[in-house]
Design a protein. Structure first.
Length: 263
């Protein structure tokens, strides 16, 4: 997928003491494909804060050795993205500062065979941030990114997913936002296919939902497709791929409204 234009952006543009140089409408959220399909472990409010913070990073450039960037997100930025009142934004930032350090990303490397030996799926977990600081009087939170996460956010040359921050502004579901990321990864072809295990993991489906595909269909897929269609101008056709009576994968065909309709 081609890199989206990012304009002039230096390290100090996402330093904790510097404001964002560009409005949200011109900013992009870029991450590695591995991170896009991982389980993020975030609430909707936390997802918004992470997206704002990631949009402040320059995904095209490496960081100086030993540098850990700190992104400051203000209540005004959050309120603009979420379309909420300032007081709601203050509370969201305050709560995020309290909970962010415990939020974990879960990466899964699929099971495969090496010669005649079958190797099991590998799970890796890491944090989003190494520190989170909230300043109540001024209404901002500072996120110090977890060092091992940085290769998934900066100096990305290939295998990355990128979308405009404003695309997610109208979304009210983590499932919709996650589906946006999973589809955007394949935007150049308009076709995506995920095994049901990978999809359920990325969506953080509950054990009850995993036990019955109809629950994933009704609780996750259909509402997410509906919201992306109505609020972000997608046309999405999906179907389950079966092996006998069991659903083994999900196949999506999709395209964006050429007029870029946003509500």
């Amino acid at each position: 997928m081609a890199r989206k234009p990012t304009g002039k952006q230096a390290l100090e543009s996402y330093d904790a003491t510097s404001p964002a140089e560009r409005p949200q409408g011109d900013r992009w959220v870029t991450m590695s494909n591995a991170l896009a399909r991982a389980a993020h472990g975030l609430s909707l409010a936390e997802k918004r804060i992470v997206a704002i913070g990631v949009s402040r990073l320059d995904s095209t450039k490496p960081l100086p050795f030993g540098t850990v960037p700190i992104s400051r997100i203000s209540a005004a930025e959050y309120a603009e993205l979420a379309g909420c009142e300032p007081q709601t934004a203050y509370e969201a930032l305050k709560e995020a500062a309290r909970t962010f350090f415990e939020r974990k990303i879960t990466f899964y490397e699929p099971a495969y065979r090496r010669g005649t030996k079958s190797l099991r799926q590998t799970m890796t977990q890491m944090r989003w941030v190494g520190s989170a600081k909230y300043h109540g009087g001024e209404g901002w939170v500072e996120l110090g990114w977890f060092p091992q996460l940085l290769p998934h956010l900066v100096d990305l040359k290939k295998q990355f997913t990128s979308y405009q921050l404003r695309q997610a502004s109208a979304l009210r579901s983590v499932y919709s936002w996650k589906l946006l990321e999973l589809l955007t990864r394949f935007e150049s072809t308009g076709r995506a296919e995920y095994t049901i295990e990978d999809f359920a993991t990325a969506m953080e489906a509950t054990e009850k939902q995993r036990a019955n595909f109809n629950n994933i269909k009704r609780r996750i897929i259909e509402p997410a497709v509906k919201e992306l269609t109505e609020k972000d101008g997608w046309l999405i056709d999906w179907q389950p791929v079966k092996a006998g009576r069991r659903v083994k994968a999900l196949r999506f065909q999709f395209k964006r409204d050429p007029q870029g309709r946003l509500l």
